[in-house]
Design a protein around this ligand. Structure first.
Ligand code: DGJ
Length: 731
C-alpha cells in the first residue's frame, strides 16, 4: 500500500504515483482537509472534506458497508458511464456514438505555488477512449480555502462532444444538510434563502448568459448536521464559482444519504466539441470549510479573495459621487461641474460620470433607447469634451471616473448599422431587445478587439481617467454567433471572450480601477472580480433594502468590493424615506459613495455628510481589510449589527441599525464578537452630538463587550449608530 501525502514543505513537484495499490491523496489547509481514495482498480473516491484529521492513511481500508457492485462509492469526478448512477460531472459522447467514460487514476503530483499555496493534481484516464482528466486542487493554507478545477484532454483519435464538463465535485456525509443560497432579481440581489435538502437533486443555475445574473448567485453555504444557520457554531462549507456566465450547482442527496455537489458551467445547451489533442480548462470552484459557523466561512473567503483573487485589493476605490440618480441622462458640463464642486466640498475623493455622455451628434444618449456602440462624446452635453470635466475634477482635487457599456449596441446607432454580423442573434429569428439594446458577440475576436478598443479609446478622452464603471444591462435571448460554427459553445466562448478582453485591458491599464456592474449586482462573482477591483452591489440604493442585499453579498464577497451609495429620499427604487444618517451608516459599511444631486441637499445635510465622510476615512481600512463579524441576522432581528475588526484586534467599527420598531419592550443588545477578551477598548459613537449609548467614551474589556454586550438606545425605526473601538495602550 502506498500513500501520497501533500507535503507542504515541498518546493518541487512530487513524482506521480502509479496505480496498482490503494492510496490516499490528501489536500490540507491549516484547519481543513480533503481526502481522495485511490482504489486498487484505479477508481478515485471522494472520502472526506471537512475538519483536519491529519494522517490520511487512517482512512485506508475504510469500509462503507455498502455494496460496491451497486456503484455506491462516490467518485471524485463522476463521469457518465460504468456503474456510476448519480449526477455526473462529466458526460462525453464519442465519435463512434458511445457515451460511457470510466476514469481511473494514473498518478498525481504535488507542487508549491507559493509559501502559502500547494497544488495537487490528480490524473485520470479512460483506458478505452484515451480521454484524460486532471483534477486540480490548490490549497490556500492560511485561509482554509481549496480552489478546484478540471482540465479535460482529448488524447483519443477523433473529436469528442463534452455534454457536461463541471469544474469540480465534492461529497459530504452528514445527518442533514442546510443549504443557504442567494436568489434575487434586479434591485433585489443576494436574498438569502435556507432550506434543508431532501433526497433528489436541487439545482441552482443560470442560463441567461453574459453575466452571472441577479436571479441566483453562483455561491452557497452548507451547514452540516443542523437545521439552523449559525454564525458561530457548527460545520459549514461554502462554495463559489469563479465564472461570469451560465453555471449550475447541483446538490444531490442520494439513497445513501450522502450529498454530492457538482458545480461548473451549466451543461444546458452548451455541449463543447473537443478536437483531438485539445484541452478544455474549466472555471475554478472555490471552497472553504469552517468548524465554527458561517461567520468564519465568510472570513475565510474574504481573506482569500483579498489576498489571492481580487484584482489589486491594495487599491480601494476612493469615496465618490456618481451622478446617475442625481441627473440620469439630463446633464451638461455646467451641471456636472456644480456636482464636482459639491463633491469636493463634502470631502469626497472622486467624481464618476455615468451613462449619457456619448452617442455623438447622430444618436445622442438622452435616453436608454439609443447611442450604445457610438462611443463619441455628445457635443451638445459636453462641448469641451470629457477632458474638460476630468480636468475640472482634478483641479478640485478629485479623481475622475467614467461609465461605459462596451458589450452592447443600440439598434439606433452607427455601430448596429455597420456591423449587423457582430450582434448576438440566430438567422431567421427576431433579435429581441432588452432595455432597447442588443448584445455584441464576444465569441468573435473582431468584436473582442472592438470592445477592447472602446475601453482603450475612452481612456484617451481625458488625461487621468482613474476609474471605469463597466456596465452590462441585458442577458442573452436566442443565442447565436455568426462567427461560431457550432453555437452550443456560445455560452462558454462568450465568457472566455470577455475574460480575454479583461486580460488585455489589465496588461495595458494595470492601475485603473474597474467596477464590475451589470444592472447593479448582475456580475458579482469571483470570475469578474479577478479582473475588476469592485462591483456595483445593486441598483437598489434604498438603505433598508441595502442592509439585506449587503448582508447576503457579504456572506460570500468582502466589503471592499461592494460599492454602496447614499442616495436621495424618497428613494427612487422603493419610495422609502430614511434619515440621512441611516443612509450613511449603511453605505459606510461598504465602499462609500453618494449618488444624488448634491445641490438638492440642505446646508445641514451637507455638514453631516462632510462629517460622516471624514470619519469614514478614519476607519475605512477596517471595512476594507478587517474581519467581518455579523451580530445576528436582518431577516430575523429587528435590530441588526455588523462589525469589522482589525487583524491585530486593536481596532474595530460597529454598525447598528433598527430595521423595525413596534413598541418599547424589545431593545437591541449586541454582543460584540472578534475582539480580544483581554484587551480594553474605548468605545466612541461617531457622527452624533449626543450618543445613544451610555457607555460612549468609556473603556470596556473585550470579554465584557462579548459577554455582556452593548445596549444602545435605538428605539425609533431607522435609528442607526456607528461605534468606533480602539484598544487602550496599557504600559
Ligand atoms: C445600470 C447601472 O446599474 C446603473 O448604476 C447605471 O449605471 C445605469 N445602468 C445607467 O444606464
Amino acid at each position: 500500500m502506498k500513500r501520497f501525502l501533500t507535503l507542504l514543505s515541498m518546493c518541487l513537484p512530487l513524482a506521480a504515483g502509479a496505480a496498482g495499490g490503494e492510496n490516499t491523496v490528501s489536500v490540507e489547509t491549516a484547519g481543513s482537509q480533503m481526502v481522495l481514495y485511490v482504489h486498487q482498480n484505479g477508481e478515485v473516491s471522494f472520502y472526506h472534506y471537512g475538519a483536519r484529521f491529519d494522517n490520511p492513511d487512517q482512512i485506508l481500508g475504510y469500509k462503507s458497508y455498502r455494496r460496491w457492485d451497486y456503484g455506491t462509492e462516490p467518485p471524485a469526478y463522476p463521469a457518465r458511464g460504468g456503474r456510476h448512477f448519480n449526477q455526473s460531472a462529466l458526460a462525453v459522447k464519442y465519435q463512434d456514438g458511445n457515451i460511457n467514460t470510466e476514469l481511473a487514476y494514473t498518478g498525481h503530483t504535488v507542487s508549491r505555488l507559493s509559501d502559502d499555496v500547494a497544488r495537487t493534481v490528480v490524473k485520470l484516464r479512460d483506458a478505452v477512449t484515451s480521454l484524460e482528466v486532471s483534477l486540480f486542487y490548490d490549497a490556500y493554507y492560511e485561509e482554509d480555502v481549496i480552489v478546484s478545477h478540471a482540465e479535460i484532454t482529448n488524447a483519443g483519435t477523433g473529436p469528442v462532444l463534452l455534454e457536461s464538463y463541471a469544474s469540480s465535485g465534492i461529497v459530504l456525509d452528514a445527518r442533514e444538510y442546510l443549504l443557504t443560497h442567494f436568489h434575487g432579481a434586479w434591485a433585489r440581489e443576494m436574498q438569502v434563502e435556507s432550506e434543508l435538502l431532501t433526497h433528489g437533486i436541487k439545482s441552482i443555475r443560470s442560463i441567461k448568459g453574459v453575466r452571472t445574473t441577479h436571479t441566483e448567485n453562483p455561491s452557497f453555504m452548507l451547514s452540516l448536521d443542523t437545521d439552523t444557520f449559525s454564525e458561530e457554531s457548527g460545520d459549514v462549507i461554502a462554495g463559489a464559482l469563479a465564472w461570469s456566465g451560465n453555471y449550475s450547482m447541483d446538490f444531490q442527496v442520494d439513497e445513501t444519504n450522502r450529498l454530492s455537489v457538482i458545480s461548473g458551467v451549466c451543461p444546458d445547451g452548451a455541449a463543447y466539441r473537443l478536437d483531438k489533442g485539445m484541452t478544455l480548462q474549466t472555471p475554478e470552484m472555490i471552497y472553504t470549510y469552517s468548524g465554527s459557523g458561517a461567520g468564519q466561512a465568510s472570513r475565510n473567503l474574504h481573506a482569500w479573495a483579498r489576498k489571492h483573487c481580487l484584482y489589486n485589493s491594495s487599491s480601494v476605490a476612493p469615496t465618490l459621487l456618481n451622478n446617475w440618480e442625481g441627473t440620469y441622462f439630463k446633464f451638461n458640463e455646467e451641471i456636472l461641474k456644480g456636482i464636482v464642486d459639491d463633491a469636493a466640498s463634502m470631502g469626497l475623493e472622486m467624481f464618476v460620470m455615468d451613462d449619457g455622455w456619448f452617442g455623438g451628434t447622430d444618436y445622442p444618449r438622452n435616453a436608454s433607447t439609443q447611442g450604445l456602440g457610438d462611443w463619441q462624446v455628445d457635443p451638445a452635453k459636453l462641448p469641451h469634451g470629457v477632458g474638460a470635466i476630468a480636468d475640472y475634477a482634478h483641479s478640485k482635487g478629485l479623481k475622475f471616473g467614467i461609465w461605459i457599456e462596451p458589450e452592447m449596441v443600440s439598434p439606433d446607432s452607427h455601430l448596429a448599422k455597420e456591423h449587423p454580423d457582430w450582434i448576438v442573434r440566430e438567422d431567421g429569428r427576431e433579435v429581441t431587445t432588452i432595455r432597447s439594446q442588443w448584445l455584441l458577440d464576444l465569441c468573435n475576436p473582431e468584436v473582442q478587439d472592438f470592445v477592447f478598443g472602446v475601453f482603450d479609446s475612452t481612456m484617451q478622452l481625458a488625461d487621468g481617467i482613474d476609474y471605469v464603471k463597466w456596465d452590462c444591462n441585458r442577458h442573452v435571448e436566442s443565442a447565436g454567433s455568426s462567427y461560431l460554427k457550432d453555437n452550443s459553445s456560445f455560452w462558454f466562448d462568450y465568457t472566455q471572450g470577455l475574460y480575454s478582453v479583461y486580460r488585455r485591458i489589465r496588461e495595458k491599464y494595470p492601475d485603473v480601477i474597474v467596477q464590475s456592474c451589470a444592472s447593479g449586482g448582475g456580475r458579482m462573482d469571483y470570475g469578474a472580480l479577478h479582473y475588476c477591483n469592485e462591483a456595483w452591489t445593486s441598483d437598489n440604493t434604498e438603505a433598508v433594502s441595502r442592509v439585506f442585499i449587503q448582508y447576503g453579498t457579504n456572506l460570500i464577497y468582502p466589503a471592499i468590493v461592494c460599492g454602496s451609495h447614499v442616495s436621495a429620499v424618497p428613494n427612487h427604487q422603493t419610495g422609502n424615506v430614511t434619515p440621512l444618517k441611516f443612509r450613511f451608516d449603511v453605505a459606510c459599511s461598504g465602499r462609500l459613495g453618494m449618488e444624488l444631486q448634491p445641490s438638492d441637499m440642505t446646508g445641514s445635510e451637507k455638514d453631516f455628510a462632510r462629517k460622516a465622510i471624514e470619519s469614514y476615512k478614519g476607519y475605512r481600512d477596517l471595512v476594507c481589510y478587517g474581519d467581518l463579524y455579523r451580530l445576528g441576522n436582518p431577516y430575523s432581528d429587528d435590530c441588526y449589527a455588523l462589525m469589522y475588526v482589525s487583524p491585530d484586534k486593536s481596532r474595530a467599527v460597529v454598525f447598528a441599525y433598527t430595521l423595525k420598531f413596534m413598541g418599547r419592550t424589545r431593545r437591541p443588545l449586541f454582543r460584540l464578537s472578534g475582539l480580544d477578551g483581554g484587551k480594553s477598548y474605548r468605545i466612541t459613537e461617531l457622527n452624533v452630538e449626543k450618543s445613544c449609548f451610555w457607555g460612549h467614551g468609556k473603556v470596556f474589556t473585550g470579554s465584557y463587550l462579548k459577554g455582556h454586550g452593548i445596549n444602545p438606545n435605538m428605539e425609533k425605526v431607522y435609528s442607526s449608530a456607528v461605534f468606533y473601538l480602539e484598544a487602550e495602550h496599557i504600559d
